[in-house]
Design a protein around this ligand. Structure first.
Ligand SMILES: NC(=O)c1ccc[n+]([C@@H]2O[C@H](COP(=O)([O-])OP(=O)(O)OC[C@H]3O[C@@H](n4cnc5c(N)ncnc54)[C@H](O)[C@@H]3O)[C@@H](O)[C@H]2O)c1
Ligand SMILES: [Zn+2]
Length: 361
């Protein structure tokens, strides 16, 4: 069982990762001070039937409540946020109560935001069940979507602990492995050249993400994320590096309508584009063609031909990270050598035109 600390300016908390996550949950929960008055485990309808019982059995509290929402990105909504608050109030939960987020990024973000705001903030524990959630469960960004935009309402709010019980991951569908793996690759590219090489050598297909290799990949990717949030908890500087691949990725997700592609498939497209644009802007060789080939080998889809590049550009400009109307892109001068640049519309458009062509050669 691996244990490390996530250190941010506002809080330092442990992250457990391994085959014995449930035992870690039991002991973390028992040691909470003050003793929880009640606990609410929030999960979704795909995860709860598989794992809710094992989790509630690990909690030795008189008052164990559960709340299950349907699975899917559209459930990260104000309606569910409000319904959970109502439920917690009806159950008499108070400031000494605790929330456990049992699920992927949707549950982690939603349950974390409930915890951040219920009675001005109560303790919560992240129990990630997806590969992607190595990213979302670490660093304290919590929130919900608004019909006008994704993640538009939220907070920075750190958990008491993050507990990865690896056996939970083994029921993930193939496309969710691929989705989460895109963020593992991202962490290698932006922060750990050794991890990046290791992934290329050791993870020949998504099925290699099992056992010790899975644990190593998770551990190293989390280390990159942890280092970034330790340096910049609230995204005033280097935390923006984590958006590598996301400016175009989010634009694609929004253009196609949420749910058409997984987040990771869209981010993989965004990363391929960011590599190509970096090569153009800095006149460096980042082996963007080999990178794309490597990703396609895992089954990442190509950029859909139906996408219109002018519309994508508009979406990229609406990104909440955009400042003064310029598109801000996270680019690379090399592996683990990141820069944030404001890029002119025309430069982005030209590169997009080239990108859409090379993707579909
Ligand atoms: N807070 C952050 O810093 C941050 C970072 C990255 C992403 N996110 C957010 O994370 C969300 C995406 O997270 P996600 O990809 O984990 O999506 P998700 O939570 O929707 O999970 C993906 C799917 O897998 C199912 N599932 C989850 N665990 C399972 C398991 N163990 N076995 C079988 N099925 C399982 C879920 O029911 C769901 O259908 C997005 O909303 C994104 O905005 C947040
Ligand atoms: Zn992401």
């Amino acid at each position: 069982m691996l244990m490390r600390y996530i250190e941010t300016k506002s809080k330092c908390y442990p992250l457990y990762l391994g085959e014995e996550g449930l035992a870690a949950l039991r002991s973390v929960y028992q040691q909470l001070q003050p003793t929880p008055s009640a606990v609410l485990v929030i999960s979704d309808s795909s995860i709860a039937p598989l794992y809710m019982k094992q989790v509630t059995e690990a909690l030795t509290s008189a008052d164990v409540h559960t709340y299950v929402i349907p699975s899917g990105e559209k459930e990260k909504s104000f309606e569910n946020y409000y319904a959970i608050q109502t439920y917690a109030l009806e159950k008499g939960m108070d400031r000494r109560s605790v929330i456990i987020a049992l699920g992927g990024g949707v549950i982690g973000d939603l349950a974390g935001f409930v915890a951040a705001t219920f009675m001005r903030g109560i303790r919560f524990i992240q129990m990630p069940t997806t590969l992607l959630a190595h990213d979302s469960a670490v660093g304290g960004k919590v929130g919900i979507n608004h019909p006008i935009g994704k993640n538009m309402i939220g907070a920075f709010y750190q958990p008491e602990a993050v507990i990865y019980h690896i056996p939970f991951l083994y029921t993930l569908p193939q496309e969710e492995w691929r989705s989460g793996y895109a963020e593992v690759i991202k962490h290698g590219v932006i922060g750990d050249a050794h991890l990046y090489d290791w992934l290329q050598k050791e993870i020949l297909s998504l099925e290699d993400l099992r056992g010790e290799k899975l644990q190593y990949a998770l551990q190293q990717a989390i280390a990159v994320k942890a280092k970034v949030v330790a340096a910049d908890e609230t995204e005033s500087s280097v935390r923006a590096y984590l958006n590598f691949g996301h400016t175009l990725g989010h634009a694609i997700e929004a253009e196609l309508g949420y749910g058409r592609l997984t987040h990771g498939d869209a981010v993989a497209m965004g990363m391929r584009f960011a590599l190509l644009l970096s090569e153009r802007i800095y006149d460096v060789d980042l082996a963007s063609v080999a990178f794309a080939k490597w990703l396609f080998g895992y089954g990442y889809p190509k950029l859909p031909m139906e996408l219109n590049i002018e519309r994508l550009l508009l979406r990229m400009k609406q990104d909440k990270k955009a400042q003064s109307g310029e598109i801000r892109m996270v680019l690379l001068r090399g592996i683990a050598d990141v820069c944030v640049e404001e890029v002119q519309d025309k430069v982005v458009l030209d590169a997009l035109a080239q990108f859409i062509q090379t993707e579909n050669l």
